[in-house]
Design a protein around this ligand. Sequence first.
Ligand SMILES: [Fe+2]
Ligand SMILES: [Fe+2]
Length: 490
Amino acid sequence: MKKKLLAAVIVLVLVVTFTAPAFALDAPSRVMLSWTAEPATTMTVTWVDADAVTAGAVRYSTDKSLTDAAEVKATAAPNKSVIDNDGARFTATLSGLTPATTYWYSVGNGDAWTAAQSFTTAEAETDNFSFAFFGDIQVTKTAAEDFAAWGKLAEAAYAKNPGLAFALQAGDIVESGINTEHWSEFLNAATPVFSKIPFLPTNGNHESNFLSGKPELYRDTFTLPTNAPEGFSEEFYSFDYGNAHVLVVNSWVFSGEQKLTDAQLDALDAWVALDLASSNATWKIVLTHVPLYPVHSDTTGVKAREHWVSIFEKYGVDLMLVGHQHVYSRLQPMTGGAPDYEDGIVQIMGNSGLKYYDSADETYAERTIYNVSNYEVISIDGNNLTVQAFDIDGTELDYLALSPRESKGATRAEFVDLLWRSIGSPTATGGDAFSDVPANSPYAAALLWARSVGIVNGVGGNRFDPDSKILPEHMRLILDRYNTIGGAAK
Ligand SMILES: [Fe+2]
Ligand SMILES: [Fe+2]
């Protein structure tokens, strides 16, 4: 009898252990905002609910009471990974919103709804706004304590700067990318602020550790802009807010973990260049994890620089926001590895968690700060951009003012070549060459393909005028035609 009871207790303990994860939920929570489309007219909401919940929705209205609220049904979040047993994840995008308007919303499942929360849509056009930047978060002691400390930093940032339009984060959000406890504690800490303003991160090396080389739980957790190159969703994306273009790129692709071929890396380079060349924004800001100018030796960072820095220089990037090396570091404006106060790009490394390095190479640094968790406020006012770095008490640690760099722009042939390379350099099936793009031109194959699939027509007289700067309306026309023909062209 006693043996049977003991066995029953053991079975019960096993059942409890395996069916009740420590972070199981019994109601919708961990609400986060982001964008997958226009900041002026849409908002994307993600949340987590109890495992058994299979349907969710967002109710929203300009009226806080949510009487007569509109309702958008959620989809289960995409990219479910095999180890994600930590609740049911949902995402919904509200569209057709009015610019510069405050909306109240609640997420739920018919039985349980979260308390009403608000966000404000972007103005239709603005050149006057600010956003926050957070460096690495990670865990040094326990997930609950460390993420709570970061949550307090985020709350301090938002309390001091209630007008923040959104926040960027430099990756290494968690210490272990495969640890659902870390992701849950991160979301618990992030929700108070980032259910009010969108949170747009990049992935770091600590989001990795999957056999695929992809940041699987990172992709489960977030729903981000959808313009990534094929196969790299949420690792690469960009969006526009007012007169700024933000490009987010996964520098960890250069670690070798994804086993990418040179041809695949070349296609990613072309996608990065195409994205920047297509933007006429006054300000171009790149967010990535591994610094292109490392302050500790780092072969991945050096490879990222070899691939991308000349692209960033040519297409007018003003500011690189990075993480990875656990100090605050602002470098002098740099061109090709050397200081350049005329036309260089500034790199700022943030560190918003409790993991600190107590040394850094300061050769090119204008300001380095050790052992202080910090956040940055980037404020744009027309052609002026300022960066202020703060600690949790709101003490200003650093200040920088920038004027926009100019994009050197792409020629007509270069632009078509970038589009062609970004989709893997497809071979044309027949068609004629333009008379001014001969077979020995470096752009011959790209133009032959582009003409054969009907996305370029030339300037008349069988000519393409390859060396003139491409006009913005022609870039848009070519991209629109490409999007219309879609996969058929590949
Ligand atoms: Fe890192
Ligand atoms: Fe890190």
